[in-house]
Design a protein around this ligand. Structure first.
Ligand SMILES: [Mn+2]
Length: 252
């Protein structure tokens, strides 16, 4: 299997937790749709939705406009979706998106000459509950017997998620990063979301959460740079201007 390249201007969105933490995610999709932001590849790094899974029409109603726009965009640009712990069983919803469930992660790409591994970031932690949940939901029989209670379960879950504080510093994050890095080849770049930190530790990039830091990752001159949506709009619009005053974090 040939390894795909991550292209210049590729965009990484992590942990938007849509629709509970603002409209930035939808705005970003709109700007890609109206070509104010031009990107050849969109990497959705998981927990893009605060709660979304396939085989349930009810859960889709909460994020309908974003789902429809994503479906449209997936026919026009390459979209990769690495499922998170809040969004899974997505193949059914997004037939034109390359969906990678937790078991298929990390996925290997190339960025210039480097090997780069992408994962949502919850691989090396037990995920028994939601794996089981996912497997159950894939089963038509369970789905049918669950559908009676579906609305109640989802309403209850959403109510809790809505008030959850998801933005905070991760104590001893460096220690956690070192543990994760042991699972990857030494000379590779690692890009993960999940932790909502937006920090870089040598070859480990913890993507910012769109819900918390309000930033996304974008490839500029072969490197991942973190940017706010507004800064992204001004850069794309004025590609001839080489200097930017917006705060960015760079890593290679
Ligand atoms: Mn997560």
């Amino acid at each position: 299997m040939s390894i795909k390249d991550i292209k210049e201007s590729a965009i990484f969105i992590a942990d938007a937790h849509y629709p509970h933490y603002g409209d930035e995610f939808f705005k970003l999709l709109q700007n890609i749709d109206n070509k104010k932001i031009v990107t050849p590849q969109l990497f959705l790094m998981g927990d893009i939705f605060d709660l979304l899974f396939g085989y349930s029409n009810y859960i889709k109603t909460f994020s309908n406009k974003a789902i429809i726009l994503l479906q449209k965009l997936s026919k026009e640009i390459d979209i990769y979706y690495l499922e998170g712990n809040h969004d899974f069983c997505l193949k059914e919803i997004f037939p034109n998106i390359k969906v990678y469930n937790r078991e298929k992660q990390p996925i290997k790409f190339r960025l210039k000459k480097d090997n780069i591994y992408l994962a949502h970031g919850d691989l090396y932690k037990t995920g028994f509950g939601y794996n089981l949940y996912c497997k159950l939901l894939r089963n038509r029989f369970t789905l049918k017997s669950l559908s009676l209670f579906e609305k109640k379960i989802i309403d209850n879950r959403l109510k809790k998620l809505k008030i959850k504080n998801i933005c905070h510093d991760f104590i001893d994050f460096k220690k956690r990063v070192d543990e994760i890095k042991r699972y990857y080849p030494k000379d590779s770049l690692i890009v993960e979301g999940h932790f909502h930190q937006g920090k870089v530790f040598e070859n480990y990039i913890s993507l910012p959460s769109l819900a918390c830091q309000g930033e996304i990752g974008i490839i500029i001159e072969g490197k991942i740079v973190f940017k706010k949506l507004n800064a992204l709009l001004s850069t794309t619009k004025s590609t001839t201007i080489t200097t930017s005053t917006s705060p960015t974090s760079t890593m290679r």
